[in-house]
Write a new protein. Structure first.
Length: 253
């Protein structure tokens, strides 16, 4: 069961780093979650830092077995985790909670949670994944265009309560993953894609000239499909920048 074994620590540089160390020592089993009060050098996408303070953020890392997945199907693990975190956040609000491709969680155009997945290779196979999850529990003043569970619900939930519900959702979606229900996961993931089917401003990281594009979905290996001037283009992770949209009000779809 995911989340049944919990390792609680007061302070660590990164829960993902700590998990990797335990895994290397053979001390980490499937479903174990590492929970830290303070994370001094947490890592996000593109090498960004994710620092945390006690009672301000949920910072946890799960270890999940993935040896039943082919390399081509690893993107569905990402979908499974993103859907689980989205479901947790949605339980605190009536506002629309979206997944900003590939794995940030947004409410309108404000970030509330982020996910960093690092795979563990052994003998040419992906044996498991270290899944770091950060969720803003209380307002984080130092971060632009961010929101929190407290701001959207008027409550500041306890970390262990967040962990309990998150683990339940992870178990639910992981079961779909184990049963190779990839079409189900993809359709559900696409149904919650941030700004899907709306024309928004974006730019390619290698060409910083903004353009108007429409997110249409993802392909079978998790790449983003964007319609630009009537032509659908495939983009890989980190190839697009969407920051021009952060903080603005989403028009009615």
């Amino acid at each position: 069961m995911i989340g049944q074994q919990i390792i609680q620590i007061h302070e660590v540089d990164s829960t993902n780093n700590y998990a990797a160390k335990l895994l290397l020592e053979g001390k980490l089993s499937h479903g174990t979650v590492i929970l830290a009060e303070y994370q001094t050098a947490g890592r996000g996408q593109r090498g960004r830092n994710w620092q945390s303070s006690a009672a301000k953020q949920f910072t946890g890392t799960y270890f999940l077995k993935t040896d039943f997945l082919s390399v081509d199907h690893l993107c569905y693990l990402n979908m499974c985790v993103a859907l689980s975190v989205r479901e947790l956040i949605q339980s605190y609000t009536k506002k629309k909670v979206s997944i900003k491709w590939p794995n940030d969680i947004f409410i309108e155009n404000q970030k509330i949670a982020g996910i960093l997945i690092e795979t563990n290779w052994k003998n040419g196979r992906v044996e498991g994944a270290i899944v770091g999850i950060g969720i803003n529990i209380s307002p984080v003043q130092s971060v632009l265009h961010a929101t929190s569970l407290e701001e959207i619900s008027g409550k500041s939930p306890e970390t262990l309560n967040v962990l309990d519900f998150l683990s339940r959702y992870l178990n639910e979606f992981y079961e779909h993953l184990q049963h190779a229900e990839f079409d189900y996961l993809k359709k559900r993931y696409e149904s919650f894609l941030w700004n899907k089917d709306l024309e928004i401003t974006m730019e390619e990281r290698q060409d910083t000239v903004p353009f108007q594009g429409i997110i249409r979905g993802v392909d079978q290996i998790g790449n983003l499909l964007v319609e630009k001037n009537g032509i659908v283009t495939v983009y890989h992770n980190q190839e697009l920048n969407f920051e021009a949209n952060y903080g603005r009000i989403i028009p009615n779809a």
